[in-house]
Design a protein around this ligand. Structure first.
Ligand SMILES: *Cc1c(COP(=O)(O)O)cnc(C)c1O
Length: 374
């Protein structure tokens, strides 16, 4: 068998005709920016997430960067303020902070939940702490009532990075509606992915929504009137039309992801492999299915030799990147160990039961050699 990590061609083909029609409609309309398709998608996505506002932007990094910038323009953040961020995240979460001359405070993660825990979080809070970036990494909901309480007590802005968790639930609420603002990426490989770049900010705060919109459109409050130095960061009509089609299928695709994940949990029994703590149904939309083993590279080769492609999310944590030299000295041991041991199995709605079974079988068959070396 030959199983790619993710075939975007197959992902698109799941709803190929609907997508073609949506694209053709925009093509024929002659309106490619700031038109009806974006307007409708913003409304539908806000309703889906459960917020009053949604602002489409060009990509996920811009959603994060413009949200922080908007809070600075609104006087809620100032240069040098500290922003808590899980050390185990994709670099974009951190880039948004440093781009705004805010100070990232890297918080190591919990080895079981793979995300922030209250203890380390509390220790990281200082009088200069003004915001918390809550990253629902791998599609796992990270929000807890304790996090809410901490943010209230310390007057922190709670900003969700929901790039990997479209459709994820906390009880009956969606991630992306739990904090002051949430940032979404529609990069093609995400659970809700466009045919190119796209992103959005969701919030219940009309002032923030308006500020992000202004900043994403040259700083114009009305045409050719610019009280702020903005930029051009817009979601385009074709992407919005595609996303609108795919939004209708998101819940059923996430259900398929959850079913595949359950099969992995039930059947992977290689003692050299650690699976992340399982979550309640709905609290994890399995954007990524990470497994952990000290024999990561060997296991990856074994899978590849059997036609199974895997990826690593992520091999170098942000604080160890060359672009962040000033933080390279930090030791955040859980995050660093995860970076050495993580392997992402294929998991997406195009996969067949046979493919999933074959991956499990191939993983379990590596048992003896992995153990003899540990
Ligand atoms: C993908 C991703 C982003 C960035 O989104 P882009 O659209 O690629 O800019 C930000 N944060 C996380 C956690 C992501 O996975």
């Amino acid at each position: 068998m030959n199983i790619p990590y993710l075939s975007l061609k197959e992902v698109t083909a799941l709803h190929g005709e609907e997508i073609q029609q949506a694209v053709a409609q925009v093509t024929g309309s002659g309106r490619y920016l700031q038109g009806e398709a974006v307007h409708l998608f913003e409304q539908h996505y806000a309703a889906y997430i459960g917020t009053t506002h949604c602002v489409g932007v060009a990509n996920g990094l811009d959603a994060l960067t413009l949200t922080l910038r908007a809070y600075m323009e609104m006087g809620k953040l100032a240069e040098g303020d500290e922003v808590l961020v899980p050390a185990n995240t994709f670099i974009a979460t951190v880039l948004a902070i440093t781009e705004n001359r805010l100070k990232p405070v890297f918080v190591d993660v919990d080895e079981y939940t793979l995300n922030l825990n209250t203890e380390t979080l509390v220790q990281a809070i200082t009088p200069r702490t003004k915001a918390l970036m809550l990253v629902h990494l791998y599609g796992r909901c990270t929000y807890t009532p304790t996090i809410r309480t901490l943010c209230q007590q310390h007057h922190l802005l709670l900003i969700e990075d929901n790039a990997q968790a479209h459709g994820c639930l906390y009880n009956t609420q969606r991630t992306g509606s739990l904090g002051h603002a949430a940032c979404h990426s529609f990069y093609p490989g995400k659970n809700l992915g466009a045919l190119g770049d796209g992103g959005a900010v969701t919030t219940n705060d009309p002032e923030l929504a308006q500020m992000v919109r202004t900043l994403s459109n040259y700083g114009f409050t009305e045409k050719y009137v610019a009280p702020l130095r903005g930029r051009n960061s817009r979601l385009d009509e074709i992407q919005a039309a595609v996303l609108d089609v795919k939004l209708h299928h998101l819940d059923s695709e996430n259900r398929r992801r959850i079913a595949i994940a359950r099969t992995y949990y039930r059947n992977i029994n290689n003692p050299a492999i650690t699976l992340p703590q399982m979550m309640d149904a709905g609290n994890n939309v399995y954007h990524i299915f990470p497994i952990f083993t000290p024999h990561r590279d060997e296991l990856q080769q074994h899978l590849l030799a059997h036609g199974i492609q895997t990826l690593i999310h992520y091999p170098i944590p942000p604080h160890k990147q060359a672009c962040y030299r000033e933080w390279n000295h930090l030791t955040l041991s859980v995050t660093e160990r995860l970076a050495h041991q993580e392997l992402s199995l294929p998991l997406n709605p195009t996969m067949t039961d046979d493919e999933v079974a074959y991956i499990v079988e191939t993983l379990n068959s590596k048992l003896s050699t992995l153990n003899s070396k540990s």
